[in-house]
Design a protein around this ligand. Structure first.
Ligand code: SF4
Length: 326
């Protein structure tokens, strides 16, 4: 087993809800609630769930783009949840992020060359000549050309812009990349190209990925292990092939039963979940999934199920996971 590169323990992010003239706090939105997991060096950990489940907030907390309410984040033996702002700026050299919409984060008035050079300037890396060389090297690595350095963001297609977003994330030679819905805004044909690029970069540059997506099909394609989130909590975490072959949590089972299977001889029982995802400002008691779960019993609304390892490397947070396996 590889080294643990990132260790997350009891991570929480509560956003206060304020009301009235005095701006009094009347509650919290529990966007991320007691999430723990590890990421091994060189792997891709997928994080999936419906919108509002806390997966993107988790990604931002790991980068400290948002401050955690509680919990510990340890990267390569260093407690990054305790670093000062200036220490954290330095640490971001090793942890970079790729966003869903790179266009929104590419300054339209700057050339691609300038955009790519910026992280090197921020981190004090190299002189002007070395920085230019690195820009051209990265453009080539992501499948663009030298002349693209002089162009501006609006002159590129969606797929090319995501390649620029990837090149920018790689400029500082990071070890961990957090990719937040990196292909969701792209056409399906382009999605495959960008996913293949991410996979070949991972091998070539020995990168570790956290790949956040609402799309189980995409996550399956790229991940070694997958964590499923529901309403701010991790409800299942296991190797990708186990999750797809033998999902233990009813929510995972329901998500998977709506994903088409390439093998026509394989039949998965259809589990329909009804109702909308409840509000994170007023989550259901006990297991947050109990309002939609077809298997719920009394205990489900009373006790929060803990994420626990029930088979080697396979963790689930469900009181009745054994009883509901077919
Ligand atoms: Fe369903 Fe109960 Fe398991 Fe929650 S704990 S997923 S409500 S069976």
């Amino acid at each position: 087993m590889s080294n643990v590169l990132l260790k997350v323990n009891g991570l929480k992010k509560y956003f206060p809800i304020r009301q009235g003239m005095l701006n009094t706090q009347v509650g919290d939105v529990k966007a991320v609630d007691d999430v723990s997991f590890e990421v091994f060096e060189g792997e891709t950990l997928g994080i999936v769930g419906e919108s509002g489940c806390g997966k993107s907030t988790t990604g931002r907390l790991l980068m400290r783009l948002l401050e955690p309410t509680d919990g510990a984040i340890e990267f390569d033996g260093k407690m990054i949840s305790e670093l000062s702002n200036s220490e954290m700026r330095k640490a971001r050299r090793d942890i970079q992020m790729i966003f869903q919409d790179p266009y929104a984060s590419l300054n339209p008035r700057h050339s691609i060359g300038k955009i790519l050079e910026e992280p090197l300037i921020v981190h004090g890396m190299g002189n002007a000549k070395e920085r230019k060389k690195k820009v051209l090297e990265l453009l080539e690595i992501v499948g663009l050309n030298e002349y693209h350095a002089k162009r501006y963001p609006h002159q590129f297609s969606g797929g090319q812009r995501q390649r620029i977003g990837i090149a920018r994330a790689l400029m500082t030679n990071p070890r961990l990349i957090i990719a937040d819905e990196p292909v969701s805004a792209l056409d399906v044909s382009i999605q495959a190209q960008v996913l293949n690029l991410l996979q070949s970069l991972q091998k070539e540059l020995k990168l570790t990925y956290i790949f956040i997506s609402h799309d189980l099909g995409v996550v399956r394609h790229i991940s070694n292990r997958v964590g499923v989130m529901y309403l701010g909590r991790m409800v299942e975490l296991t190797a990708s092939e186990d999750l797809y072959a033998e999902p233990l949590h009813p929510y995972t089972q329901a998500l998977l039963s709506s994903v088409p299977v390439p093998d026509p001889t394989f039949e998965r029982e259809q589990i329909i979940i009804t109702g909308d995802i409840p509000s994170a400002s007023n989550p259901p008691s006990g297991c947050a999934f109990h309002t939609r779960c077809p298997f719920k019993k009394d205990v489900c609304s009373q006790v929060i199920p803990k994420l626990q390892e029930v088979k080697p490397g396979h963790s689930v947070a469900c009181h009745l996971y054994e009883a509901i396996q077919h």
